[in-house]
Design a protein around this ligand. Structure first.
Ligand SMILES: [Zn+2]
Length: 191
């Protein structure tokens, strides 16, 4: 009786052992897959580090108007935005993720009622998408880091590019050059 019990116990233990080995292997494989996925994601994002948020997260950080324009391809009414006739010197960044998009030196008076630029600050920072909405074929421009809708680009701009980036003020935040300089100087001082 005792003998039989020992065997039963040994079999039970062995079985448990196999199960736990099985579980450990499954765990290791799962971890490996995740590591590979991470490495591949890193490889793919050598350009800008993507900013990806859920719809609810965007709603939480953007005003309703910013949300309507950047996440739902909206357009602000002409001559109403805060930057269409603004002339400060500095950098325009994405209102949603802070990515640098346009330099004030490429801003010009287009007469359209929207902030207009003839060139992005860095070409790869602004993406282009074919927009077939509103019964027209236009080229939509987006922030290449968070995919926010910014506006459209047209080929009736001034020299040297001949392009007109027609951007919603609501999609932008302006960082004055003075502030950038001060911050840079403070950083140097701290070092
Ligand atoms: Zn962005």
């Amino acid at each position: 009786m005792l003998f039989k019990n020992i065997w039963t116990r040994m079999i039970t233990l062995a079985a448990a052992g196999i199960v736990s080995i099985g579980l450990a292997t499954a765990g290791a494989e799962d971890k490996k897959t995740k590591e590979n996925a991470g490495a591949e994601a890193k490889k793919a994002s050598t350009a800008p580090e993507r900013v990806i948020k859920t719809d609810a997260e965007w709603r939480a950080i953007l005003t309703p108007e910013q949300y309507r324009i950047t996440r739902q391809q909206g357009t602000e009414a002409a001559f109403t935005g805060r930057y269409w006739k603004f002339k400060g010197e500095g950098t325009y960044v994405c209102v949603a993720c802070g990515y640098e998009l346009f330099d004030s030196q490429t801003k010009y008076k287009s007469g359209t009622g929207w902030p207009s630029f003839w060139e992005p600050i860095v070409e790869s920072h602004v993406g282009e998408v074919t927009d077939r909405g509103s019964g027209m074929i236009r080229t939509e421009v987006i922030c290449n880091r968070c995919d926010s809708h910014l506006g459209h680009v047209f080929e009736d701009g001034p020299r040297p590019t001949g392009l007109r980036y027609c951007i919603n003020s609501e999609a932008l935040n302006f960082i004055p050059a003075e502030k950038e300089k001060t911050e840079a100087a403070e950083k140097t001082k701290k070092k």
